[in-house]
Design a protein around this ligand. Structure first.
Ligand SMILES: Nc1ncnc2c1ncn2[C@@H]1O[C@H](COP(=O)(O)OP(=O)(O)O)[C@@H](O)[C@H]1O
Ligand SMILES: O=C(OP(=O)(O)O)[C@H](O)COP(=O)(O)O
Length: 409
């Protein structure tokens, strides 16, 4: 039983603004198709059967990152999934966008430009503040109702997530409804065996609070990726520093280093850290060097480590094999590069083979399942969300859901 309205509650033939999340991996400027497109295509297809005119609003990356690109390619990928045209306009809130929206007829689908290119979208602020942005004020006038299908962004108090429900009728899309219900249901379940959580990826700030919030429910946390290196740094290793211009470690350490140190001292017995890591070998300038593994005790600050090593993989997969439930958020290594995919692929394969309840979350992590031909059916659930899914596990409320609930009241 949901406490918000869904697309079942919308009268046919409306002009809808639909927020989706097709934030996808980008490889050398090329946007990669992933499960998010397929899932949102299902919602859009369902809306089209009710003769709505649909304008899609979405984001990609964050300003300053390589993944911060236009949504032109996203429109093409969506069109392939829908097997019908999806128009794209390189504007979100200006005259060009408004003209394209006004031209829309029932059964048309239009995608607006990356909403994170608009002032007012990104800083996380209260819904009333976000409702007061030019973005919300201008676009709200063009539509009969707002649909939020962007579950993977439901944990962000951004204008396109929490602003529109303040000023117009707001409904949850199918992805939002199904992901929210399924992820919330995992919380509080009891399992036949220890609960293991694999934590990795780059967004350490989304993952660090999970250790404390789930310390009661989870028996052991197996860390990898950037978050693993930050915990190794806290435990006194010469690791977890930005090298070669990366911007992954030092700012997250500055913001969360003290928390990581405290978590390690309070929950250390539950936290498994890598004992070896993999990096690129070979002399500088030689091109793609081979994978080289180094025990963490011999590691130096000057090298970028891109995967957990074989000894760590064996420890983690042994823990997985004896688990009653395994949750995953974030990849243990840079699996997009085959040399550094062992940790991610072997740990995911061990979970797929284990006789346990398994939930894998995170846009990038879920992408690894497709990239390496693992069967999604071998997992109990593959969520298209990362940060939002772990918050659902911890019982923390999601601003995007709260906004829909408030609109329903
Ligand atoms: N040691 C590492 N250094 C840099 N990037 C890493 C490392 N380990 C994993 N990653 C990257 O983390 C990404 C996933 O991070 P994140 O966005 O936090 O997870 P998700 O999207 O699954 O929620 C992967 O694409 C992977 O390349
Ligand atoms: O991909 C996303 O989150 P995820 O990496 O937690 O799955 C969402 O699109 C949110 O993006 P953000 O973490 O840049 O706000």
């Amino acid at each position: 039983m949901t406490t918000f309205q869904t697309i079942d509650d919308i009268e046919p033939g409306q002009r809808l603004l639909v927020r989706i999340d097709v934030n996808a991996p980008v490889d050398d400027g090329v946007v990669q198709d992933d499960r998010r497109f397929a899932r949102h295509a299902e919602t859009i297809r369902e809306l089209l059967t009710d003769d709505h005119a649909i304008t899609l609003l979405a984001h990609q990356g964050r300003p300053g990152r390589e993944t911060f690109v236009s949504l032109a390619q996203h429109a093409e990928i969506l069109a392939d999934h829908l097997d019908r045209p999806v128009d794209f306009v390189p504007d979100t809130v200006g005259e060009q966008a408004r003209a394209a929206i006004e031209d829309l007829e029932s059964g048309d689908v239009l995608l607006l430009e990356n909403v994170r290119m608009c002032d007012g979208e990104l800083p996380e602020e209260e819904p009333a503040v976000k409702a007061d942005t030019d973005l919300v004020g201008t676009l709200a006038d063009e539509f009969d109702a707002y649909v939020n299908d962007a579950y993977p962004t439901a944990h962000r108090s951004h204008a396109s997530i929490v602003g529109f429900p303040v000023v117009m009728d707001a409904y949850a899309g199918r992805v939002m409804e199904q992901e929210y219900t399924a992820n919330t249901a995992v919380r509080g379940r009891s399992f036949d065996g220890p609960v293991t959580m694999i934590l990795g990826g780059t967004k350490a700030e989304d993952v660090i609070p999970v250790v404390e919030r789930l310390a009661e429910e989870v028996d052991r946390f197996c860390l990898g990726g950037v978050v693993g290196e930050l915990f190794l740094r806290a435990s006194g290793h010469d690791l977890g520093y930005d090298v070669d211009g990366t911007e992954l470690f030092d700012h997250q350490w500055a913001d969360h280093g003290e928390t990581v140190e405290r978590l390690l001292s309070e929950y250390g017995e539950k936290i498994a850290l890598p004992t070896d890591l993999a990096s690129e070998g070979g002399a500088e300038g030689e091109g793609e060097g081979p994978r080289v593994e180094t025990p963490v005790d011999e590691i130096t600050k000057e090298t970028s480590y891109l995967d957990v090593g074989s000894e760590t993989i064996e420890r983690y997969t042994d823990l997985v094999a004896e688990s009653g439930a395994v949750y995953v958020k974030g990849a243990p290594g840079v699996f997009e590069d085959e040399r550094f995919a062992d940790g991610t692929v072997e740990i995911l394969s061990a979970i797929a083979d284990a006789d346990c309840v398994s939930v894998v979350g995170g846009g990038d992590t879920a992408h690894a399942i497709e990239l390496y031909d693992l069967a999604a059916d071998d997992f109990t659930r593959v969520s298209i969300a990362g940060g939002a899914y772990v918050r659902a596990l911890t019982g923390e409320s999601l601003p995007g859901i709260e906004a829909l609930e408030e609109a329903a009241r």
